[in-house]
Design a protein around this ligand. Structure first.
Ligand SMILES: [Zn+2]
Length: 258
């Protein structure tokens, strides 16, 4: 959700909370590599871990126009636009956009989502509109150039991860035809609203995000911990965690506009 728990548990928490600790832990895990785990065949049916039980309270706020939406997007117009037009609203299957969001989620690790959203165009300009075939060929000089770009988060590991992920992304495309075909294999059964927040609480991870994380890591991707993957699933509409009182809660938009 953008209720962010560090990667924030999703963008709700993405705003204020934002520094939760799953994401921070995921960043730490990358910064301090642990002994490589045994590579196992991925399972999309992995059992829920204790972490899966973590939930984030959801709230709503009503703006001056009478529109009630998830409160994590605050009154910031950039945040609200993202909430109203992208977050969890429609399944994204375009590979380029999937790569863009994967990179942005990774860039956000340990930071607030609004920090990245405000720099989104800068990122697109700096990273060739997130064309994975171009990013995959970035040289050391290009990476050093990006590190000097004050329009993006100048973290060498995160910047390097975009190149690493672009190469892994292209391999997945080659194997599955499209990255979308591969990625959507991790969608929860029953569709994006199958597990809408119960009691207006949103999870930070799910069995599906853990399975996605495990398989992405096996394929060489970086900054893809289970919390980051869950936020990614929300971003691409694989799960829909709008608050039940939000005007974008499934089936509510129409009734409110009538
Ligand atoms: Zn909402």
């Amino acid at each position: 959700m953008r209720p962010l728990i560090a990667v924030t548990a999703t963008r709700t928490l993405r705003s204020s909370l934002r520094i939760s600790n799953n994401a921070a832990n995921e960043v730490a895990a990358i910064t301090k590599p642990k002994k490589r785990a045994q590579s196992k065949t991925s399972s999309k049916k992995s059992s829920p871990s204790p972490q899966s039980a973590q939930v984030v309270p959801m709230k709503t706020a009503t703006d001056s126009n009478g529109i009630t939406r998830c409160s994590w997007c605050t009154n910031d117009p950039i945040y609200q636009f993202y909430h109203d037009n992208e977050w969890g609203n429609s399944p994204i299957t375009d590979d380029r956009l999937l790569f863009e969001l994967l990179c942005l989620e990774g860039a956000q690790a340990g930071l607030s989502w609004i920090t990245i959203l405000k720099r989104r165009q800068n990122y697109k300009d700096a990273f060739d509109d997130f064309d994975p075939s171009i990013v995959a060929k970035y040289t050391a000089d290009k990476i050093n150039q990006l590190i000097q770009n004050d329009g993006i988060i100048r973290n060498k590991l995160k910047i390097q991860s975009a190149v690493t992920n672009a190469n892994a992304f292209l391999k997945v495309q080659k194997e599955f035809g499209t990255f979308s075909e591969y990625l959507w294999g991790f969608a929860p059964e029953g569709g994006p609203t199958a597990h809408l927040n119960e009691g207006n609480k949103c999870r930070a991870v799910s069995p599906e995000s853990e399975a996605m994380s495990k398989d992405l890591k096996k394929r060489g991707f970086m900054f893809v911990g289970p919390t980051i993957c869950y936020a990614y699933m929300q971003s691409i509409g694989m799960v829909n965690d709008h608050h039940v009182d939000c005007f974008l809660y499934p089936n509510k938009e129409k009734s409110q506009s009538d």
